[in-house]
Ligand binder design. Structure first.
Ligand code: ARG
Length: 456
């Protein structure tokens, strides 16, 4: 068991304790960040005269050779090392001897792991924002193709008023746009370097923390060393933001599942994004959408777990915090996978535009427009509402839509109706006359604005 400590111990660690405590099997993921952090630390130590230039060069060369061996597959990150930090230091010292033992001057694994995790999450934040951008592009494409694809808009999953597919997807565009911006704003807050916080109380060596911070692309060094080693807020924020992304993906998945159902058939999933049944030959199932909906629970679970892990920890570092890794890695991988899959699934799906329009035409989704027609003829809205309600009942008895109801039936309820009612309640009118900002008739402008957002 290679350990970075042991001087004050007289007995070997119990085997079970060793395994329980060990984080290498999962924190090996932080290897590139650990190397990067060590390189910056060592450059700073030499600049401050704490290490000689020869020692610096020897350590940098050693770190590079460890990196190369891992990248080429010659060296596996495994074995009896407590964590990735111990692994790197042991490998380094094995290669370059005495100088390797100086790498840890003015540093603790507490600020080291705080740094590694921050570097890792910073990259993940950038990647998630990119993936969301890709999803937004797909949605933008769907909007562009479906400015005149009429479909029912729903409330209570009952047909409410006609909209377009562009309008419906425009709503998702806004959700994922906010998600992307939310994630980007976390980056701004978290971009402070914890290295140099030491175990908790800084160090007596004359470190230049701002220099290390700038080498690693941080805006500044964090202001309080206790906070530096203890803060995992940014991770909670990120998991929170990912949970919101998942909530949006899950709602969209639910709609895709409904729209792909035999009853709706608004959308046809591509064979490459659907699965079959082992017993029922006719089945083509939306498993991917269902899995995204299911995996949402997993990401929420990670957020909840980390909140609970952190809630009772006294300052500064406590080993509980090691639990931040597995659940975060899993949640991040899951969320990124889901964004990718949703993008691909949407991009390859076909919209059954005729069925969508037929569904919008049936089911009285133009009833509000019929009432508005009466209002334009001088009938107070509340009376118009009642009149149209009666006509809906009549049409239901006749088994037809409002568009198909003969004019004499209209007139039997109110003399305010004329032949022009049919144009007023046509799908085209209902949708395209709704020109208030953000309404289905305004989607050309929305599309243009969205396009500008994507290219900026
Ligand atoms: N493996 C630890 C973690 O992930 C980092 C090491 C800090 N260990 C310590 N004994 N102070 O949090």
């Amino acid at each position: 068991m290679a350990q970075l400590w042991g001087g004050r111990f007289t007995k070997e660690t119990d085997e079970l304790v060793y395994r329980f405590n060990q984080s290498l099997p999962f924190d090996k993921r932080l290897f590139p960040q650990d190397i990067r952090g060590s390189e910056a630390h060592v450059k700073m130590l030499a600049k401050q005269g704490i290490l000689t230039e020869e020692e610096r060069d020897s350590i940098l060369k050693g770190l590079d050779s460890v990196m190369q061996d891992v990248e080429s597959g010659k060296l596996e990150i495994s074995g009896n090392y407590e964590d990735v930090h111990s692994f790197v230091e042991a490998q380094l010292t094995e290669r370059i001897g005495e100088a390797g033992k100086k790498l840890h001057t003015g540093r603790s694994r507490n600020d080291q792991v705080a740094l590694d995790m921050r570097l890792y999450i910073r990259d993940e934040i950038d990647e998630t924002a990119e993936l969301l951008h890709g999803l937004l592009e797909v949605i933008h494409g769907i909007m562009a193709d479906n400015l005149h694809t009429y479909m029912p808009g729903f409330t209570h999953l009952q047909k409410a008023q006609p909209v377009t597919a562009a309008h419906h997807f425009g709503a998702y565009f806004e959700m994922f746009r906010r998600d992307k911006e939310r994630i980007r704003s976390i980056r701004e807050r978290m971009n402070e370097c914890p290295l140099g916080s030491g175990a908790l109380a800084g160090t007596t060596y004359p470190l230049d923390r701002e220099y290390t911070a700038s080498l690693l692309g941080f805006d500044a060094a964090c202001r309080n060393s206790m906070d530096g080693v203890s803060d995992r807020d940014y991770l909670i924020e990120y998991l929170g933001a990912l949970s919101i992304v998942m909530m949006h993906l899950s709602r969209l998945s639910e709609e895709i599942i409904i729209w792909n159902s035999n009853e709706y058939r608004f959308i046809e999933l591509d064979d490459t994004y659907a699965t079959g049944s082992s017993i029922m030959p006719q089945k083509k199932n939306p498993d991917i959408a269902e899995l995204i909906r299911g995996k949402t629970g997993r990401v929420y679970g990670a957020l909840e777990s980390l909140l609970v892990v952190m809630k009772g920890i006294p300052l500064a570092y406590d080993k509980d915090m090691q639990e931040d890794k597995e659940l975060s890695f899993d949640a991040i991988d899951t969320a990124k996978g889901c964004i990718r899959l949703m993008s691909g699934m949407l991009q390859t799906s076909t919209f059954q535009k005729d069925r969508m329009a037929a569904s919008a035409a049936a089911g009285f989704s133009n009833a509000t427009d019929a009432a508005d027609y009466l209002v334009r003829k001088g009938v107070p809205f509340r009376d118009a509402h009642t009149i149209i309600g009666k006509l809906v009942l009549l049409a239901m008895e006749e088994g037809c839509s409002l568009d198909e109801l003969p004019l004499e039936k209209y007139r039997s309820v109110s003399g305010a109706f004329d032949e022009d009612v049919y144009e007023a309640i046509s799908l085209k009118e209902c949708v395209e006359k709704r020109m208030t900002k953000g309404a289905p008739g305004d989607m050309e402008a929305a599309l243009e604005e969205a396009g500008k957002y994507l290219t900026n």
